[in-house]
Design a protein around this ligand. Structure first.
Ligand code: XMP
Length: 512
């Protein structure tokens, strides 16, 4: 990572923290989210160009409210506090924070003082998202008011001499019109050069990986998904044949997918690739299993077993490469308050059997769209880079009930038709996930003069940005009609097609 220019985002458990990091990066400045109680020594060591305090659910007067060491205001590093972050600055520096009678939530017209460098070239009135109960009632010494609303007397404050700023609204969300401009102005205040982009990331990473790995060997588990593919190609660029990739094909991938991945890796990159065709092995372990979590567990464990056997054949490797990305890092370091709805990760934990010294996670600082851009930068074909997310347990959780080879083939073919028609209609980039599910339901139909008794296939398509919530996609009827008629005509054993019109919540995206 570029060592010279970084914005540090202190996390006070706000719900939009990842968005703040993204907005900063969109301005070509690298940003990183760290816990609010990161020590001053650590912050000095990182030496960021600027610091952002996020919003958060606390009130500064609560017992155990997250605080900062006041020394942070003396480091000479510009600071921007958002929502709770602003209240915290005010509270810490001797201002006064009050509780409003009512929580203010929604977009509000904010009046801006455009002479402030934070609002340079910004409209003097703008719709902004507010979400708070507390507000700054009295400014700390040295600060001036730079924004207000009809409900909130101080919606923005500044101490230009110390380059410390606070805003009560959220510039990072789309509901705040042109909010990125405010973040960009803050980056100017920080004196950022804005030289972060994906090609500098690739260049830096390759250099650092080479230095770190030298002539030693690395092993990478390829799932065929975007993250592990990009990680593998990056490593290949850095260390060439000293990287070995093991691609465990569990037979539960989409139609042709395993071959496509193999082709790119072998032909385009000439990567040391071991493909293990383990479909029979997985299907025999899964025979008769109907419970979704059990399916996931079996697949996760078997994946590790197969990988382990292959790795043993290679002997000692010094490094194990994983395709961990930034949201995974944030999630696993998160508050842990969430409830497990589904156990998501296919490869559960680390393969402790492989003889390696260190794990390398070359993408751990990147968001998904940055991983895709890195993939393109490395020359990975677009259709691979822009593939929709695909769950680790694959089609096993899209066949409701027990899994058989026959059902698997039916689903692969049906899903292929759906994907083909969606691509033909040009919807493949706008729908975030779309797939077929083979339900366990058989129903009566009529084909020619005869009665049929066959499977019902469900189509699922959603629009979402974070996959935590999703709305069902309003695919035009004529496209659904085409998909349905092709599926019942071309695929034996399906005589009925239904479209899932449930959003998440209450439904999940996958059916199992
Ligand atoms: P749900 O069904 O929970 O899915 O709404 C949200 C996103 O997660 C993917 N998903 C998985 N990914 N292993 C994975 O790697 C899994 O076991 C798994 N289950 C769901 C799902 O495809 C969607 O993108």
């Amino acid at each position: 990572m570029k060592d010279n220019e970084k914005i540090l985002i202190l996390d006070f458990y706000g719900q939009y923290n990842q968005l703040i990091a993204r907005r900063v990066r969109e301005c070509n400045v690298y940003s990183e989210i760290v816990p609010f109680d990161t020590s001053i020594e650590k912050i000095k060591e990182i030496s960021p160009k600027g610091i952002i305090f996020t919003g958060g659910p606390s009130s500064v007067y609560e017992k155990d409210a997250p605080m900062v060491d006041k020394e942070i205001f003396e480091l000479g590093i510009p600071i921007l506090g958002i929502c709770y972050g602003m209240q915290l600055i005010s509270y810490s520096l001797g201002g006064n924070v009050q509780k409003a009678e009512k929580r203010e939530y929604g977009t509000t017209l904010v009046n801006f003082d455009n002479t402030s460098p934070l609002f340079k070239e910004f409209d003097n009135q703008n719709e902004c998202l507010m979400s708070h109960t507390d507000f700054v009632e009295k400014l700390p010494e040295g600060f001036v008011k730079i924004a207000d609303t009809s409900h909130c007397p101080i919606a923005g404050m500044a101490n230009d001499a110390k380059k410390i700023y606070g805003i009560q609204f959220h510039p990072e969300v789309n509901h705040t019109k042109n909010g990125t401009k405010i973040i960009s102005n803050f980056l100017d205040i920080c004196g950022c050069q804005r030289n972060w982009n994906m090609s500098s990331f690739v260049e830096d990473s390759v250099k650092r990986l080479r230095e770190k790995i030298g002539d030693k060997k690395a092993l990478c588990a390829l799932s065929g998904g975007v993250d592990s593919s990009v990680a593998a190609v990056l490593l290949n660029k850095a260390i060439g044949k000293n990287l070995t990739c093991i691609f465990v094909d569990h037979g539960l991938l989409r139609k042709n997918e395993g071959d496509e991945v193999e082709k790119v890796f072998r032909e385009q990159y000439d990567i040391n690739l071991i493909r293990v065709n383990a479909k029979d092995r997985f299907l025999s372990k899964l025979a008769g299993v109907t419970e979704p979590e059990k399916k996931r567990k079996i697949i996760g464990e078997e994946f590790i077993r197969v990988f382990e056997e292959e790795a043993k054949k290679i002997g000692k490797v010094e490094f194990l490469v994983q395709g961990t990305i930034y949201p995974d890092v944030i999630e696993s370091g998160g508050s842990g308050k969430g409830q497990t709805i589904k156990s998501h990760h296919n490869v559960g934990g680390l393969p402790d059997y492989v003889d390696f010294e260190e794990i390398i996670e070359p993408l751990r600082d990147l968001f998904k769209d940055e991983v895709r851009k890195t993939g393109l930068e490395l020359g990975i074909p677009e259709n691979l880079v822009y593939r929709q997310p695909f769950p680790g347990p694959g089609l096993a959780i899209r066949i409701i009930g027990d899994i058989t080879d026959e059902k698997l083939e039916i689903l692969k073919d049906a899903d292929y038709i759906f994907r083909e028609e969606i691509a033909k209609a040009g919807l493949d980039r706008t729908l975030n996930q779309y797939f077929a599910v083979l339900t366990n339901l058989k129903s009566v139909g009529v084909m020619g003069d005869g009665r049929t008794y066959d499977y019902t296939l469900a189509l699922r398509a959603v629009e979402t940005s974070d996959f935590m919530t999703a709305t069902w996609a309003k695919i035009p009827y004529d496209i659904l009609e085409k998909v349905s008629s092709r599926i019942v005509n071309e695929i034996k054993n399906i005589n009925r097609v239904v479209y899932d019109i449930t959003s998440k919540p209450p439904a999940t995206i996958e059916w199992e």
